[in-house]
Write a protein that binds this ligand. Structure first.
Ligand code: IPE
Ligand code: IPE
Ligand code: MG
Length: 253
């Protein structure tokens, strides 16, 4: 983890950059409504802003950025809106892959990708293949993602191994469950940011967020820029991650 800033100044100046960051990209609809625009304009502005977030996170030294782009529950929106979100998804990687390449950003996907339409699955496969050797940061796009569905998937995989005799029930522990999540090599998020003010995870990284720090801002996702990100990292620097233990100061007493 990287620390920036002059510690001789007030502690407000210290920035801690999480190695693994989650962002729930929420508030596109409200952003559009405020401007009397259709929701689709909000989604478009939100997609543009993802490019900015990638650049800023890459420059700060974040190693894993997981963004929530479409949940397993988002299928319940009007068909028009779902179609538009699928279209934007395809366009995003068409339009921005060159920039992501320039920034050294590897792209991966997490979620129930197998159930997506073929053209979307192709974008995922292609995006992962093209970017596999990029080293600066991993962008993990949670698409058709649900934390509960991920857990169901892990239980199914483990059950198959128990059934075939490869595993015994007594082998099932937290480590084994983590190893059966969609992307077991990606570290649990240190920090999860949710723009737009909702105080909930909405099914994002339920297993992985057990000890994530949460940072919620009223800023709507399309407006969430460098200043908000920096503020989140400043506040994160002040968090005392105890993991159920004692803080460093208490231990020294
Ligand atoms: C997030 O913005 C985008 C997706 C969930 C796909 P919303 O569309 O949820 O925006 P609000 O919450 O209605 O403002
Ligand atoms: C969470 O936002 C999902 C994404 C940002 C992709 P939602 O707008 O779907 O969440 P709720 O409905 O407010 O909980
Ligand atoms: Mg929303």
């Amino acid at each position: 983890m990287a620390l920036f800033g002059n510690k001789n100044n007030s502690s407000d100046e210290v920035i801690k950059v999480p190695e693994s960051l989650g962002v729930i990209m929420d508030g596109n609809g409200r952003w559009a409504k405020k401007r009397m625009l259709p929701r689709s304009a909000g989604h478009r502005a939100g997609a543009e802003n993802l490019k900015e977030l990638c650049r800023n996170c890459g420059n700060y030294g974040v190693k894993y950025l997981t963004v929530y782009a479409f949940s397993t529950e988002n299928w319940s929106r009007p068909q028009d809106e779902v179609d538009q979100l699928m279209k934007l998804f395809v366009e995003f990687f068409d339009r921005y892959d060159a920039e992501l390449e320039q920034e050294g950003i590897r792209v991966r996907f997490t979620g129930d990708i197998a159930s997506l339409p073929e053209n979307i699955r192709k974008v995922c496969e292609e995006g992962e293949r093209r970017s596999v050797n990029r080293k600066k940061m991993q962008l993990i796009v949670a698409f058709n993602y649900g934390g509960r569905r991920e857990l169901v998937n892990a239980v199914q995989k483990i059950s198959e191994k128990v059934k075939s005799g490869e595993l015994d029930i007594s082998d099932i522990d937290e480590k084994l469950i983590s190893e059966n999540m969609y992307l077991p090599d990606v570290p649990d998020p240190d920090l999860i940011i949710r723009p737009s003010g909702e105080m909930r995870l909405s099914n994002f990284l339920l297993w992985e967020s057990a000890y994530s720090e949460l940072w919620i801002s009223d800023c709507l996702w399309p407006d969430f820029g460098f200043d908000e990100l920096t503020q989140a990292f400043k506040d994160y620097a002040k968090r005392d991650r105890r993991y159920g233990g004692l803080s460093k100061n208490d231990k020294e007493e």
